[in-house]
Write a protein that binds this ligand. Sequence first.
Ligand SMILES: *Cc1c(COP(=O)(O)O)cnc(C)c1O
Length: 418
Amino acid sequence: MPFYGPDFARLQRQDPEVARILLDELARVRGGLQLIASENFTSPAVLAALGSTLTNKYAEGYPGRRYHGGCEVVDRAEYLAIERARALFGAEHANVQPHSGASANLAAYAALLQPGDTMLAMALEHGGHLTHGSKVNFSGRWFDVVAYGVRRDTELIDYDEVRDLALRHQPKVVVCGATAYPRLIDFAVLRDIADEVGAWLLADVAHTIGLMAGGAIPSAVPYADVVTFTTHKALRGPRGGAILCTAELARRIDRAVFPFVQDGPQMHTIAAKAVAFGEALRPEFAAYAAAVVANSRALCEALAAEGMRPVTGGTDNHLALFDLRPLGVSGAEAEHRCAAAGITLNRNVIPYDPEPPSATSGIRVGTLCVTTQGMGPEEMKEVGSLVARVVRDRESAAAVRARVSSMVAIHQPYPSDL
Ligand SMILES: *Cc1c(COP(=O)(O)O)cnc(C)c1O
């Protein structure tokens, strides 16, 4: 059972309760369609690094200057991860220690801002992220946050509004990046705006970094002073975060990650990040990134043909957002009906949504998982019609589930003999 390390049989004997959970979760993902836009399936090699004894090692500090002894071996893992990340993105500096996307952002803010400073970021209700200034998050509590959004008519980022707000509020940091924005972000325009007001540009490309790595969409790295990202979404690595920055900011970013925000790095995760960066450097990954976008467009067209309205009219990346009001079904109800048919997706607010986040008018779908499973545009057409069928008619759940089962049976995320 290599997915759980060499000793899965031992785990089964010693703690069958936990072993059962691992097997049930594997059965769950094997038994249905995973359309959550932020999820992916890591390779067995990434899982092997995660399940390694590197989890035991304390290595406060950075390679070559640690506060613990015996780090000469794990140092090699971190050097490798840093070198591969820099090569992959053409970045001057990389910090691979953040435990998550949220910790990467906390560190980036700590490097660039003091509490009470002003930052300009995309509103959560318009597709931004919790850590971009939401009141219930540290970012909204500790900083003076000015939010920009999308236009009501086009549902695209209103760059004129961003410029006006920047000129009026003189933020120290302009933040871009989103969790539910299906279009490309114009980093060049945002760079100009940041320069006009002397602000840093922080691009949180947690979702799309893998598409940038594979060359399927333009990279934020040449434009932003700091780029934060997660390694577990489009990049298809272990759950974690990372930061790229200019040489000028290298020391500030490193000191913000450790000792300001975090203590001991997770060396097993860093080794797994190195594996994922290595995979992303291969030509197959560029093909994967291109296929993700092609699948996303195909799924978006299929759902639009069924009467769901794509927010912004389409997609340029791995995700799409749909307004379900034409079908008279809430996002929450659609999520529920899909779940009954073995299709996992999430409800999502759409821009200017009249419904609260608990109900929403929309759903968000993504193609990272299904593309990793080897599905293509033909399958996306069928997935689109299955989703629409069960959203419209809850009575069809059993029939849709049967069809989903036969689709995933020939496109398994992990080999079934493992
Ligand atoms: C997913 C995401 C994060 C948070 O990542 P975690 O690893 O869950 O903390 C931050 N920013 C954006 C834009 C994201 O999409």
